[in-house]
Design a protein around this ligand. Structure first.
Ligand code: G3P
Length: 218
């Protein structure tokens, strides 16, 4: 499973990259605003800065909601850097734009997906990634992980090449369950990646190994 980090914070992206397990980055307008990145030029520059830190795909989201606007913005984003994947919302004009981009060889990430029907449409249109938001489904007492399982089954039935990018990951158990189900990618906060390191028996074991070494070598 690929690990993406879901942030526009350059320090956190650098930290995840330095760990050696990062495969890409996802951003959205809320995450850019959270970092205080405003104004079209600053936003575009920030995407390039992110691409220069990581080796893998960087999702950059369009703001337009009409077909012509999505295409114009998406083409501008795609031209920024070879690692950019254009993030397009799951709306009617978004689906049309995903198909348009696919025909032109521009890769897309279909975002704001909350049902298997939407995921089926995204794959049919030729999205490179589909982003089901599992945390936001859990927030409204709906099992987000079940959606990942349903999409996995549908995509496997027809050998769709669209990668399932489990988004709105909130914690390590989401990551582990997504890996069990067979999501292709997970995107979450840095804590959902570094949290995988933690086990008290590792800490206790290491402490004992080091203490025993010290006894034998003092
Ligand atoms: O990038 C989209 C998604 O990951 C948002 O997550 O935590 O705002 O639901 P969240």
């Amino acid at each position: 499973m690929k690990f993406f980090i879901d942030t526009a914070n350059l320090e956190q992206i650098e930290e995840a990259q330095a760990l050696g397990v990062l495969d890409g980055v996802t951003t959205n307008p809320s995450l850019m605003a959270k970092e205080g990145i405003t104004g079209r030029n600053n936003i575009l520059k920030h995407y390039v800065d992110i691409c220069n830190i990581v080796d893998g795909d960087v999702s950059a989201e369009v703001i337009a909601t009409d077909f012509e606007g999505i295409v114009k913005e998406g083409e501008e984003l795609a031209e920024l850097h070879g690692q950019i994947v254009v993030k397009v919302p799951m709306i009617k004009d978004g689906v049309k734009a995903i198909k348009y981009f696919a025909d032109k060889g521009i890769r897309t990430n279909c975002t704001l997906v909350f049902s298997s029907g939407q995921a089926l449409l995204a794959a049919k249109a030729g999205a490179a990634y589909v982003s089901p938001f599992i945390g936001r489904l859990d927030d409204i007492s709906t099992d987000g992980l079940s959606l990942i399982s349903e999409i996995r089954q549908i995509y496997d039935n027809y050998n769709f090449s669209t990668e399932i990018l489990a988004a709105s990951i909130r914690h390590t158990m989401h990551v582990i369950e997504c890996a069990r189900i067979g999501a292709d990618v997970m995107t979450g906060p840095l804590s959902s990646i570094t949290g995988l390191l933690k086990h008290p028996l590792t800490d206790i074991g290491l402490e004992k190994f080091l203490a025993d070494y010290k006894k034998g070598n003092s």
